[in-house]
Design a protein around this ligand. Sequence first.
Ligand code: PAN
Ligand code: ZN
Length: 193
Amino acid sequence: MKQTLMEPFSLTLDFAAGRIEPATTRIERRLSDMLGMFADAAAEAAAMTDGDPLIYEVLQYDVPNETGQLVVCTTVLHPGRIGDEYYMTKGHYHEKLDTAEVYLGLRGHGKLVMQADHGFSGLDMHSGTIAYVPPYWAHRTVNTGSDLFVFFAVYPADAGHNYGAIEHGGFGQRVVDRDGRPMIVPSNKGVEA
Ligand code: PAN
Ligand code: ZN
């Protein structure tokens, strides 16, 4: 098996801003990058005419895409809602399903929703929360607060990201605002009307 011989290195992380310095990749996801993922199509369209909001950014330090290597990255999820559904990430399974991931909350409040063949999970996350995404679980994060929701993640460099399953099949649960409080509801109820 080919393995790149790496030199040890360190990076700097600004917890509040979620900035990794230096970062080698910055991904920006706007609403236009995830149209159809929020339940309320009319609210999506209205938000688009309002200027295609920035939903989240990912900052990452890339390492060779090889078994044994680990990627570190941060996600900065902005506060906001499309209809009654909070801003969220696209969500994905790892292409290599048998790979796990660790999240560490740095700022704000959110939920980590996960689904697997046998069920769902919804974990609260805030500054200091360590959340474990086991192998085989699709994962999506949601900003349920009014501040930025920032978290750090570590995952195997060869895990890969499968977005298609969520883009086409959706997530079985949604996180919506109910009288000012976040609530997890089944996808086919409540928010589709
Ligand atoms: C995270 C996510 C990040 C953005 O680093 O990639 O939060 O979410 P999406 O990838 O679903 O757009 C992670 O889980 N990496 O594997
Ligand atoms: Zn992941």
